[in-house]
Design a protein around this ligand. Structure first.
Ligand code: AMP
Length: 284
């Protein structure tokens, strides 16, 4: 595995790979790698002969009161995990490489990015889309694998790829979970052991939603009420949002239609750690 820091060098390597008709897949991360990231790498390896893993904690997608400065950065451990997973190139630029003096052009995301994560984290999706576009241009990837864990992010990226005619195929990877159902996340390390056990309520609430929908409930308010009550059973949980959206448009819905495809979205603070999760809701 080769470690590259310079975007121009990464781009040059990618161009040479393309000239040799190599299929390139990219997995973009902020590091502190866990099983969820490694599953994305596994999917990338099944799809392409060359896998580029990017690690970049992008300051432009963090708000001023967020965890940019304390975001975990265990680079040596990450590099070992990436190598063991079969990554070919680990691209890990620093902030000055990605945003040199004079940088000023940004992606402006649309409606799909306005609510939920976009509302709680103003500017987050513009910053995310800008860096994703840059990493697509640098890696020259044919394929990019993203996790369903960040479902709204995935929808924003799909929209950008469509809107900008980007020649990169987006592949969705299912959510990787711990034994008690908590979605693996680099931010889980912020949880104390008591908070970690309480965090299991997110997945419990997802199971509850699936259960009542399978029994025929189609009123989204009733589903949200049940989900809310499961989450509130954890003493240190504070709900940011619980909502049910059309899976394609990310617009909220009142009643589930029989042939519709919906997504339950959760954002919950356990103590001071903000966790997100989601699942598909399909009416019986
Ligand atoms: P991050 O490093 O948190 O920015 O995540 C990088 C990529 O990994 C994104 O496409 C995430 O959606 C994906 N990812 C993170 N956690 C999980 C998980 N538990 N299951 C599936 N994908 C994940």
């Amino acid at each position: 595995m080769q470690i590259i820091n310079d975007p121009a060098e990464m781009q040059h390597i990618a161009e040479r790979l393309r000239l040799r008709h190599q299929l390139i897949a990219v997995v973009m991360t902020m590091g502190a790698l866990h099983e969820g990231h490694l599953q994305l790498v596994k999917i990338a390896k099944e799809q392409a002969g060359t896998v580029i893993l990017t690690i970049f904690v992008n300051p432009r997608q963090f708000g001023p009161d967020e965890d940019f400065y304390r975001y975990p950065k265990p680079f040596e451990k990450d590099a070992a995990l990436a190598k063991a997973a079969g990554v070919d190139y680990l691209f890990s630029p620093d902030v000055e490489h990605m945003y040199p003096e004079g940088f000023q052009t940004r992606v402006l995301t649309g409606n799909i990015a306005e609510q939920f994560e976009g509302q709680t984290r103003p500017g987050h999706f513009n910053g995310m889309a800008t860096v994703v576009l840059k990493l697509m241009m640098i890696s020259k990837a044919h394929i990019a694998v993203f996790g369903e864990k960040d479902a709204q992010q995935l929808a924003v990226i799909r929209r950008m790829v469509e809107d900008f005619n980007i020649d990169t195929r987006i592949i969705k990877a299912p959510i990787t979970r711990e034994q008690d159902g908590l979605a693996t996340s680099s931010r889980n390390v912020y949880l104390s052991s008591d908070e970690r056990s309480q965090a299991a309520v997110l997945y419990k609430s997802i199971l509850k939603a699936k259960e009542i929908v399978s029994k025929g409930t189609d009123d989204t308010n009733a589903i949200i009420e049940e989900v809310t009550s499961v989450i509130n059973s954890a003493p240190d949980a504070t709900i940011d949002y619980v909502c049910i959206v059309n899976d394609e448009t990310f617009t909220e819905t009142g009643r589930l239609q029989k042939d519709g495809r919906y997504r339950l979205l959760l954002a919950v603070r356990i103590g001071s750690t903000r966790l997100i999760d989601n699942c598909i809701i399909e009416p019986a």
